[in-house]
Ligand binder design. Structure first.
Ligand SMILES: C[S@@+](CC[C@H](N)C(=O)[O-])C[C@H]1O[C@@H](n2cnc3c(N)ncnc32)[C@H](O)[C@@H]1O
Length: 279
């Protein structure tokens, strides 16, 4: 069983992937059986490059020898590409809902499931600020990656990313500038802490973790791409149980999950914005 290496590409066989995930499961109790094998393979290959390892067996040895290596490894495996005001059409629609149907709520409970480095959380903070949302808001932001959440809590992003974030923001609100919400310092930008003062960050694994609270809005965008269909279906049922009646379930633009969503549980509120409502 050999990892095939060409000049710039590494390939991993199904057997190699299985022996790696079995070893991690045995040693660290992390279960990858719900992860979609193709995307897991891509992520392991990416981790090989990042840790400058030439083959899966080198990774395997490193994981066995160095107990703490599992943390940076898992951070790479679950690494989350994200962006502020990603999918501007969603934030436009959501700001309309916040100014109308959601404005009459006594309090609003939000869950950012798979929040990554926090761009979605700051985006929601800015949207709430711009619609002058007057009701009390409480939010939970969770992720499997502690490293990503540490960045989210700091709200400090590389200045190079801001150009893209600002462009997205312009599509959301052309009459204002994203720079209103951050200060530049040493090649980074620091977003205002007040934007996320309603947010509590919690480490949570969507596959194995408990679902105990109720929310009015659940964001789970671009996370389920890693899971197989069985895991996705289970997750939808858990999200359904975690929503208050009429609660909103918001998925990512590339989460091709429509056929898996039970039409007796969720109806489409806005297909373009990928917003569903609990029936
Ligand atoms: C692509 S990011 C999405 C970030 C954000 N929701 C967005 O759409 O911009 C995916 C995030 O899902 C997280 N993730 C992956 N598997 C997870 C799991 N089992 N439980 C919780 N979070 C997970 C990753 O750590 C990563 O931060």
């Amino acid at each position: 069983m050999e990892t095939k290496t060409t000049s710039d590409a590494v390939d991993i066989s199904d057997e190699e992937l299985k022996s790696l995930t079995d070893a991690i499961h045995q040693r660290h109790g992390i279960d990858f059986s719900c992860y979609e094998p193709k995307s897991l393979k891509r992520r392991v290959i990416r981790a090989l490059h990042i840790f400058q390892l030439r083959a899966v067996h080198e990774l395997w040895i490193k994981i066995l020898k160095d107990h703490s290596f599992i943390y940076p490894f898992m951070d790479e495996i679950s690494v989350g590409l994200t962006s502020m005001f990603r999918d501007p059409i969603l934030w436009k629609k959501l700001s309309k809902l916040l100014a109308t149907e959601l404005a009459v709520k006594e309090r609003l409970a939000i869950w950012h499931a798979g929040c990554s480095t926090g761009e979605e959380v700051y985006t929601m903070g800015i949207v709430l600020n711009e619609v002058f949302y007057a009701r009390p808001v409480e939010a939970v932001a969770s992720d499997i990656s502690n490293q990503a959440m540490a960045i989210a809590q700091m709200g400090e992003y590389n200045e190079l990313k801001i150009e893209e974030y600002a462009k997205n923001y312009q599509q959301f609100n052309a009459s204002n500038s994203l720079s209103k919400y951050y200060k530049v310092k040493d090649g980074n930008v620091q977003f205002e802490a007040r934007l996320i003062r309603h947010v509590r960050f919690e480490h949570h694994n969507l596959i194995t973790g408990p679902f105990v609270r109720k929310f009015d809005i659940i964001f789970c965008r671009n996370v389920m791409i890693y899971f197989d269909n069985e895991a996705k279906k289970k997750l939808f049922n858990k999200f359904y149980d975690s929503l208050n009646p009429g609660g909103l379930f918001i998925i990512g633009f590339y989460d091709a999950v429509l056929p898996l969503i039970d039409p007796n549980k969720f109806k489409v509120l806005d297909m373009d914005a990928k917003i569903f409502v609990k029936i």
